[in-house]
Design a protein around this ligand. Structure first.
Ligand code: C2O
Ligand code: CU
Ligand code: CU
Length: 495
């Protein structure tokens, strides 16, 4: 077996060449590189900072706004300039679009990159021609106005580019942003708001010694997904957020290409999950840790009221298992410094919303999606051979046809797989029915509406959904963006 070298950037500016260690992920498969070559993936450690960088809230725009995809400079590290892609000058990430359910979003997108791009509105249930299909692009120098009505539950959704084969590179370089949709039901709950409602967009980035973003995946990183060595929150590395002794609402998005976080507090204290991808859960779920895969969102309440002023604690990612090469490292993500006594008392509502379970009995069909096998290579469009049901993305092929108004169960089968796959369906919110193998259970955030679900090695996950009235072609894919660009994506048409 050949040992492949990899480069690990141990700290800013210093490179060290290492060899794959025994805990590296090894996958023997036949693929384009040749029958005998062994594919290897390597874990990139997160380097913890000193958490002196100040926390920033992304800018916001309304439902009537403009985004400009561009190359720009910004400060990810204090006092250092990084070259990034962004939807906003001198920033990484785009503004958060804040709007009410029922409103029309009219967003002009100017492409000032030197490559095609487009925008997909992740989690929104909108017409297919507005959904950012990979072949539906805005060429360099042009602009396009997306125009659609948002008619769904309050939640944190997000937007990012989706051009064929370049989604991973554009997102990693900085193109992404949040969408906060509000509605009357959520407003009536009087959840912590204003300075107590804080977006946390978590992304890992790999950075060149000159501080610009390094997106240069090797073959083994197409297998495992591209990891960075710096964990950023809202585009800042190792930030500190000053908090008061009261309850905060954190709107969390894992906008990473491939990295999974097992979110917890460094004190091991519990926190409360009130929502996930598609909005509020029916009732609050208290937990000490929660796994969040690429593309997924969480609505969290953290109560600092028992902390003593002066206390410092962290949101961390705890170790986790059965997730391919990931999970062996615990690392800090953001520091909370309790700097002020608050007189604001807050009681978490006992019930949040009504979620009626879609009964399995109304499903007219179960479709199985095999996601655990690597393809034999030669026929696939991708480099690493990631497929769904043995086929990779082909824009000329509609893989599945479904009927508007009907309900189906889709089963993602990773029982034979060695990699984790966050599976995402466009144009719909689904419910997770069950998970067999691996963790063998649903996690708290999976009790609500979802658009992305993690399928770890050995797991088989079933989801149920009713197709809406937006007819046309939508995507089903793995939200490990290297896997997606490698072809782990199918098209389905609602007729
Ligand atoms: Cu956020 Cu098709 O993806
Ligand atoms: Cu999506
Ligand atoms: Cu995948």
């Amino acid at each position: 077996m050949e040992r492949r070298t990899f480069i690990r950037i141990t700290s800013l500016g210093s490179l060290s060449i290492g060899f794959l260690s025994s805990n590296s992920f090894l996958l023997s498969s036949c693929h384009k590189m040749g029958m005998n070559e062994t594919m290897s993936g390597s874990y990139i450690d997160i380097i913890e900072g000193d958490f002196t960088n100040s926390f920033i809230n992304p800018a916001t725009i309304t439902n009537n706004g403009a985004l400009e995809a561009q190359k720009t400079n910004c400060q990810i590290f204090p006092g250092k300039t990084s070259k990034v892609y962004s939807y906003k000058a001198n920033a990484i990430l785009g503004p958060i679009i804040v709007m009410n359910s029922g409103e029309q979003a009219i967003i002009n997108v100017q492409n000032n990159l030197d490559e095609p791009t487009n925008i997909h509105w992740h989690g929104l249930v909108i017409p297919s021609n507005m959904d950012g299909h990979p072949m539906n692009i805005i060429s360099a120098g042009s602009s396009y106005t997306y125009n659609f009505q948002v008619n769904q539950r309050a939640s944190l959704y997000w937007y990012h580019p989706h051009p064929d084969g370049a989604t991973a590179s554009q997102v990693f370089r900085g193109l992404a942003g949040g969408i906060v949709v509000r509605d009357a039901e959520e407003n009536a709950l009087n959840l912590p708001s204003g300075t107590l409602e804080i977006p946390l967009i978590i992304q890992d980035k790999r950075i060149f010694p000159d501080y610009s973003i390094d997106y240069s995946p090797q073959m083994n990183e197409i297998m495992t997904g591209y990891l960075g060595q710096y964990a950023l929150v809202n585009g800042k590395y190792a930030p500190n957020l000053n908090v008061e002794t009261t309850t905060y609402r954190f709107r969390v998005l894992n906008g990473s290409n491939a990295r999974v976080y097992n979110l917890a507090l460094s004190t091991n204290e519990s926190f409360t999950i009130i929502g996930s991808d598609g909005g509020l859960l029916s009732s609050p779920e208290t937990t000490n840790s929660i796994l969040l895969g690429p593309g997924e969102r969480l609505d969290l309440l953290i109560d600092f009221s028992n902390q003593i002023v002066g206390t410092e604690l962290f949101l961390v990612s705890k170790t986790f298992s059965n997730a391919g090469i990931q999970g062996a490292q615990e690392f800090k993500i953001v520091k909370f410094t309790v700097d002020q006594q608050s007189t604001l008392a807050y009681t978490i509502p006992g019930s949040l919303s009504v979620i009626s379970s879609i009964p399995e009995s109304i499903s007219i069909k179960t479709r199985k999606f095999e996601i655990g096998n690597m393809s034999m290579g030669m026929g696939s469009g991708g480099m690493g051979g990631h497929t769904i049901n043995g086929v990779s993305f082909d824009a000329t092929v509609i893989n599945e046809t479904v009927q508007s108004g009907t309900t189906e169960i889709w089963e993602f089968d990773n029982s034979m797989g060695q990699e984790l796959h966050p599976m995402h369906i466009h144009g719909i919110q689904f419910q997770v029915l069950n998970r067999v193998g691996g963790r063998n259970t649903l996690i708290a955030s999976e009790k609500g509406w979802k658009d992305t679900v993690m399928v770890l090695p050995n797991e088989k996950v079933r989801v149920i959904m009713t197709f809406g009235s937006n007819l046309g072609v939508f995507m089903l894919h793995c939200h490990n963006l290297e896997h997606e660009d490698d072809g782990m994506m199918l098209q389905f048409e609602i007729i």
